[in-house]
Design a protein around this ligand. Structure first.
Ligand code: GLV
Ligand code: MN
Ligand code: MN
Length: 440
């Protein structure tokens, strides 16, 4: 089967009506999709192994099996109501590149390994790149095991919630300020991964620094530059720095008819002010590279005739310049404090992650350019505003990324689309890149 037909089949492992795709980490759809991809890998003659968080490695052994390997891959989990190409292109495209090399009779000197990372998307555990963070030693394994599972995170205080409250201050270096007390409900990743069959210690997930001599991720651009300029391939030089905040607001519920306006402590109104402050903080840097989004909001009890008593807001902030990103985070924390004081609400903030940007490896970038030339494809250097597992792989391996155009630059939407010729181009370039890097 071609990578294109496989992409279509993979989109069928979904909990949404087509063309939308929803495939949350460790859900039934994710587990069935993983099993299907692993079988494709075995059919291609690759040796498959998994680690304790479910990162999957499919290896084609090189003639020098002890030499550092060349890695490629991405993720197959998909945020709610998204499309079929984000991440999947890098997994199935990587597999197709390996099969193409095999068909050519290529004998790799270095082993080539396809990776399928666990939970690149933050949907379930509130933090992106879970698998690659652990692989690269960027997340404390015991903190990771205690990350809360959003599916089991009711907004009403569950029985025993306080007993499970943990502090997540080890997660990030706090940015300072009075609101950095970070209570997080925990204990869930361990339960979920073990129920999915991934046992063992997360401490064993970390890879040694010499495991890969190069890692290359093929991905759709998720932006409009390639399509607008008619260029076949983007070769990524830098990945923007992401941060995520969780804001928990507690007010007082009550009857929507009976409680008079001056008496109210409406948690959703506090959340609304903070969401507007998110927009203002990002816009006011004046830099086009600063973006911020209040993309998730859970309201309790979420009933039209009841005053919202609790709200959880999740905020995503990014910039290629991490100091500027941090200034936006600080402005949002200050807004949260103002809302806390002025609206008589309890506002608790957690900095879930505040990561540094990544710089791709110049040698890998040069190899990708050479590969594009060999495949006779036009190319341009660019930055990635989206984050990827490569953000963390770059901490343990010389890393590079290849982008292909996607229609209208659209992503994280059901109408996400990359044309077959662009997918084929990406696979050809990746094939040439793996050929070069595995021969080196
Ligand atoms: C990845 O999905 C991102 O949000 O950049
Ligand atoms: Mn994504
Ligand atoms: Mn992705």
């Amino acid at each position: 089967m071609s990578a294109l037909a496989e992409l279509e089949q993979l989109a069928g492992f979904s909990n949404a009506s087509p063309p939308a795709v929803t495939r949350v980490a460790f859900s039934q759809e994710d587990m069935r999709a993983r099993a299907w991809v692993k079988q494709l890998c075995r059919d291609a003659g690759l040796a498959v192994r998994e680690d304790a968080v479910g990162n999957t490695f499919a290896r084609w052994c090189g003639t020098e099996s002890q030499a550092g390997a060349v890695g490629t891959g991405s993720h197959i989990d998909a945020i709610p109501d998204s499309g079929r190409y984000d991440g999947t292109m890098g997994v199935l495209g990587g597999l197709e590149a390996i099969r193409a090399l095999k068909r050519d009779g290529f004998i790799p000197r270095r082993s080539i390994e396809l990776l399928m990372f666990t939970s690149e998307e933050p949907t379930r555990f509130g933090i992106g790149c879970l698998g690659s963070r652990l692989l690269s030693g960027s997340l404390d394994p015991s903190v990771a095991d205690n990350l809360m599972d959003a599916e089991q995170r009711p907004l009403s205080s569950p029985k025993g919630a306080d007993a499970r409250r943990q502090t997540a201050k080890e997660l990030v270096k706090p940015l300072g300020g009075p609101l950095n007390t970070v209570p997080v409900l925990g204990g869930f990743l361990k339960t979920v991964r073990e129920a999915a069959g991934f046992r063992g210690s997360l401490a064993d997930v970390r890879l040694p620094g010499d495991y890969y001599v190069a890692f290359v991720e093929l991905h759709i651009e998720q932006g409009p530059i390639l399509e607008r300029s008619g260029i076949d391939l983007g070769i990524v030089t830098d990945i923007a720095a992401p941060a995520t905040l969780r804001v928990e607001i507690t007010g007082e519920g009550g009857h929507a008819g009976a409680v008079l306006m001056p008496e109210r402590r409406d948690a959703f109104l506090g959340a609304s002010e903070i969401a507007l402050a998110v927009e203002k903080a990002a816009s006011s840097t004046g830099a086009p590279d600063t973006v911020a989004t209040a993309g998730a909001c859970r309201v309790f009890p979420n009933a039209v005739n009841s005053i919202p008593s609790r709200v959880t807001l999740e905020v995503d902030v990014r910039d290629i310049d991490s100091d500027r990103r941090d200034s936006v985070v600080r402005a949002i924390l200050e807004a949260a404090k103002r809302v806390h004081d002025e609206r008589r609400l309890r506002v608790e903030t957690t900095i879930v992650n505040a990561d540094a940007p990544a710089h791709c490896d110049e040698r890998v970038v040069a190899a990708l350019e050479q590969a594009a030339d060999r495949a006779r494809l036009s190319r341009t250097r660019m930055i990635s505003r989206a984050y990827h597992d490569s953000l963390f792989m770059s901490r343990i391996a010389p890393t590079g990324m290849l982008f292909i155009p996607c229609r209208g630059g659209v992503s994280h939407r059901p109408d996400e689309y990359s044309a077959p010729e662009h997918i084929a181009n990406g696979v050809r370039a990746l094939t040439e890149a793996l050929r070069l890097l595995a021969s080196d």
